[in-house]
Design a protein around this ligand. Sequence first.
Ligand SMILES: Cc1cc2nc3c(=O)[nH]c(=O)nc-3n(C[C@H](O)[C@H](O)[C@H](O)COP(=O)(O)OP(=O)(O)OC[C@H]3O[C@@H](n4cnc5c(N)ncnc54)[C@H](O)[C@@H]3O)c2cc1C
Ligand SMILES: NC(=O)c1ccc[n+]([C@@H]2O[C@H](COP(=O)([O-])OP(=O)(O)OC[C@H]3O[C@@H](n4cnc5c(N)ncnc54)[C@H](OP(=O)(O)O)[C@@H]3O)[C@@H](O)[C@H]2O)c1
Ligand SMILES: Cc1cc2nc3c(=O)[nH]c(=O)nc-3n(C[C@H](O)[C@H](O)[C@H](O)COP(=O)(O)O)c2cc1C
Length: 584
Amino acid sequence: MSLLNAQQLERVSHAVQDLTPAQLAWVGGYLSGLSLGGNNVIPFPQALQVSAPGQQHGISTTILYGSQTGNSKNIARKLEQELKAAGTTVSIKSLRDYRPQQLKKEQRILVVISTHGNGEPPDDARAFFQFIHSHRAPGLEGLEFAVLALGDSSYEEFCQTGRELDLRLEQLGASRWLARIDCDVDFGEDAAGWRQQVLEKAGRDTPQAGGNAILFNQPVSGSTVQQEQALGTQEAPYAAELLALTPVTDAASDKEVLHAEFSLAGSGIRYQPGDILALQVRNDSALVDAILSHTGLDGETAVTLKGKTFTLRTALQERLEITSLTRKQYENFTGSSDGYQADADWLDVLEQHPKALDAQTLVELLRPLKAREYSIASSLEAHPEEVHLLVKRVDYPHNRRRHLGAGSNWLARLQTGDSARIHIKPNERFKLPADDQTRIIMIGAGTGVAPFRSFIAEREARDVQGGSWLFFGEQHFRTDFLYQSEWLQYLQSGALERMSVAFSRDQPEKIYVQQRLLEQAAAVWDWLQQGAHVYVCGDMHKMAKDVHQALTQIITQQGGRTPEQAEAQLEQWISAGRYQRDVY
Ligand SMILES: Cc1cc2nc3c(=O)[nH]c(=O)nc-3n(C[C@H](O)[C@H](O)[C@H](O)COP(=O)(O)OP(=O)(O)OC[C@H]3O[C@@H](n4cnc5c(N)ncnc54)[C@H](O)[C@@H]3O)c2cc1C
Ligand SMILES: NC(=O)c1ccc[n+]([C@@H]2O[C@H](COP(=O)([O-])OP(=O)(O)OC[C@H]3O[C@@H](n4cnc5c(N)ncnc54)[C@H](OP(=O)(O)O)[C@@H]3O)[C@@H](O)[C@H]2O)c1
Ligand SMILES: Cc1cc2nc3c(=O)[nH]c(=O)nc-3n(C[C@H](O)[C@H](O)[C@H](O)COP(=O)(O)O)c2cc1C
């Protein structure tokens, strides 16, 4: 059933029938502003008092962003366009390019920043963070600031970087212009609300621009925004056809890793080696049935999520996370975080803590289903109009029941010819060197090897010879040597110069990639001396930390530095983009 009656629908259609696409986009923004801002939104005619381009006034504002996968950057850019259109004097910078000494000279900064690692700043913001936490950080009396923090509440340190920054700026004497907002994975509405607040408050400071000029979602032209739309978005993803899905592990392996190929033919979608593909997935109907059966709820009951109505079954299958829950959700549901288990799903928790629940209460306990992200394993140069992934199917026993990861098993159930809703997430911080002659050292364990297939395929397609060294780790040589025949071909063709492998379970003691690095410390150091870039992909919790430690050791031993100097060298390489990590 439509939310509008027939007359209302007709009036709306009539009102917009002769608008251009740009005007329609403006009206869309205006209406969402109305729905968010209520009576804070100014009357329509006043909102049209747009300043002439270049005519800017009021307090000078700098938008800063710290972003790993582009979300914060996109929000920051939208805000920049909106503030400019509203007549505010505004500039925008990535924290990567921003000299923190400049803070002293600013009037107002608006920071959009995500959290990565385990509560760490995005790589681009690390040097900035170090500076503001050092004794060199200046007093910032006279500076106004506002922070929009992006994060994911499934991580224990939710929005930690934004929180730390908000606190630190206050400690340094700056005054909070707006309260910080912490956004979860479905950040669209919260971020829009924050932009709206900024525009309203900035409008009050900018009398020349029409009193309280609020130009929420002012349509913006320019190649960046058009390019973002062409890539597809979470709201408007591209339906890509599955061309192939094959296991790359042997049937005798302890794990199942799949190689998937999707068609991008005719879509115009472009990506670079190192970028990420986001897939919109669904939960397994068997798990949905089990939850309905356990709670005794009827799947046809209507529930409301963010103002939209769904059946309970659709909400559980397509909209909400049921395969995992956060400590906080567990605590809210059971009254204590004691007994929380990261491997449990909602069926476990509902079974272990039986409660009478109605359908709406149940859906309000759950987090929105997030798109699953995968490192792209192909190169458009080598695989035109296609995108490939390397995906481990998550399947583990817990509580005497098989637990299947939602996304990886949804993918595993697809048939060729089916389509998947996808969008590309540019990953600027995981890119081949600009100069093909720069050497690269790639360290990937398990599915972490995926982006290196894209790197080497791209280099081969560009006729780049040598200068590449891959460290790969998996459990067994016989069953788990992912893309073995391709690596051998690349070694033969010269696109890959060296390969070192660590099969952890082929001998009594574990052997991991970092041991191979240490065994070849002199050669690794030599490559580093020649300016090699270092890439690490795969497990964030253990592998990436141990590899970092091994690199520190190599710099210490081979380069004759102290551990502190080695650590500082690695930090400097991170900031300079010479040491890049894509870990999860
Ligand atoms: C930037 C980025 C790049 C990534 N690239 C890849 C890639 O190239 N290939 C790839 O396979 N994955 C990759 N991942 C991980 C991927 O996004 C999913 O998290 C993974 O596929 C599990 O999702 P799921 O929906 O199947 O499991 P979920 O339904 O999300 O997980 C259910 C439960 O399974 C457990 N679990 C989750 N992941 C794993 C795992 N990998 N092994 C064992 N248990 C697990 C957890 O306890 C979790 O609570 C990447 C993640 C990020 C952030
Ligand atoms: N519960 C979870 O959330 C969970 C569990 C596992 C993996 N993951 C994620 O899934 C991703 C991919 O999994 P995957 O199966 O493809 O790869 P993986 O689990 O990272 O395994 C790949 C190889 O890395 C080895 N390894 C284990 N610990 C290591 C360490 N400290 N340093 C270096 N190598 C190490 C493994 O050895 P051994 O297996 O023999 O020790 C194996 O040989 C990982 O990046 C991780 O983030 C999540
Ligand atoms: C590998 C990885 C680690 C993350 N760690 C955290 C974390 O510790 N805390 C958090 O709140 N969010 C974490 N996130 C979620 C991101 O902050 C979130 O996806 C955000 O929207 C990314 O914004 P960006 O694209 O601007 O970097 C992590 C995401 C990834 C991919």
